[in-house]
Design a binder for this molecule. Structure first.
Ligand code: AMP
Ligand code: ZN
Length: 142
């Protein structure tokens, strides 16, 4: 745990996160700036800045959970497509230096990655997270 890392703080319950999934290796919660409705972050529990430092087991866990999360997003929000995006380093657009994968639902004709991304209030995020948790439960990934 890195005390000044926002994602470590969310993982350890020191800051609010709208969680949709938690297991022993990774968690997933909604991005506070929803590039599109349902924009989710999959975050390994260990504090590692970049993907190239991530142990294989955690990297596999991110991929493993991406699939049911994408299915849950499709079930609840019916997007036309979904981007998986992963930034490493400031030059690549990384802002939070705790490795994470973005899962971004897309709709035909939407503006690419929604500019500017829409800040979502806590109530909206919590409501959306509850829908996604229910969908994940239905497909056996609680
Ligand atoms: P990146 O540019 O790949 O480092 O993305 C970092 C993401 O973390 C951005 O999309 C932010 O909106 C998101 N973010 C920052 N703070 C929080 C927070 N407290 N809860 C949820 N998402 C956050
Ligand atoms: Zn961290």
């Amino acid at each position: 745990m890195k005390n000044d890392c926002t994602f470590c703080r969310i993982i350890h319950g020191l800051e609010h996160g709208a969680f949709i999934h938690q297991d022993e290796l990774v968690v997933a919660f909604l991005d506070i700036n929803q590039a599109s409705p349902g924009h989710t972050l999959i975050v390994p529990r260990i504090h590692v800045p970049s993907w190239w430092e991530l142990p294989d087991e955690e990297a596999a866990a991110v991929a493993r959970v991406a699939k049911p999360i994408m299915q849950a997003l499709r079930m609840t929000l019916e997007p036309d497509g979904i981007n998986l995006v992963q930034n490493n380093g400031r030059a690549a657009g990384q802002v939070i230096f705790h490795v994470h994968m973005h899962v971004i639902p897309r709709w035909q004709g939407d503006r690419r990655f929604g500019r500017p991304p829409a800040y979502a209030d806590r109530h909206t995020l919590d409501k959306r997270a509850a829908q996604l948790r229910a969908a994940l439960h239905k497909i056996g990934c609680a």
